[in-house]
Design a protein around this ligand. Sequence first.
Ligand code: ADP
Length: 321
Amino acid sequence: MKSRKLAVITLVYWFLLLYIVAALVWWFISLEKQNRQMSTYKLQELKLDDVLFEQKFYKIEDERKRKTGQYIGEGVTFLALILIGAVFVYRATRRQLRLSIQQQNFMMAITHELKTPIAITLLNLETLQKRKLEESQQQKLISNTMQEANRLNLLCNNILLASQLDAGAYKLTKTEFNLSEVVDESLADFRSRFPNRTIDNSVAEQVYFVGEELLLQIVVNNLLENALKYTPKDKPILVELSEVNRHICFKVSDNGAGIPDNEKEKIFEKFYRIGNESTRNAKGTGLGLYLCKRIVQDHGGEIFVKHNHPEGSIFTVLFKS
Ligand code: ADP
């Protein structure tokens, strides 16, 4: 239904544009014809025995050429304005359409993302309440419930922060804190949530950073969450933090599917997710990297992604001071 509507809109757009350009060309041709006709009449009225014949002849010819020049000038200006306007409208409409599709995907994803952890948590709690389980089984259920609650927590933080940032309601409060500790805490948290995954690390000690700790924590968590989410379970991920000449570098490398070159910029856009919502198996909202980029930029840094060898991707956050 949506694609039919889109096809109709595209068709109407191209039809109108072609019509306007054709009308412009037609307008030029008929004006030029009129111009030539006028000068022919004027020439016919000239008398050959007129002493000023030559002078008058050239005057009429000059006037005809001037008018032709004027029509060409006006026509080209009009055409340029119309084409600039058309490109503008085309790009704005496409952007709007892409955002609306992404927003729709976001709503689909978010409903699933919110419902699943709540349903799992309820089920686990009910099981714990109703059945006498062995200690190890109880622990398994509790850690599973905590994992779901953590996921929900990250999701809520992301949504809340995105809406605050968009509304311009977020004010940064920068203080100095130990970034190494933030990364270590996050690593410990992810290792307890995913005990079967291999998370290698090389975290320099005592890396101090001036900024908002909570936001930097969100960046670290989102990048780690993605690396685990988009990498097969049997493959390791690597987390690095280093500081050289006051340049702080945080890197998360994975051996997952990687990101195609033409998507490397787009994945940082709001709601953007690679692929199609119905075929995608990893769930998400498309907010994580958008927030990472905004937070990193608000702290004067940059974030980018490169290919990992032999496969996967490396997300790098750089703060130069
Ligand atoms: P989400 O993970 O919630 O979909 P993000 O903004 O965190 O949203 O990521 C946007 C998209 O970028 C993801 O949907 C995914 O397609 C891609 N992506 C992010 N991180 C990775 C990664 N480490 N490996 C492969 N693809 C990734």
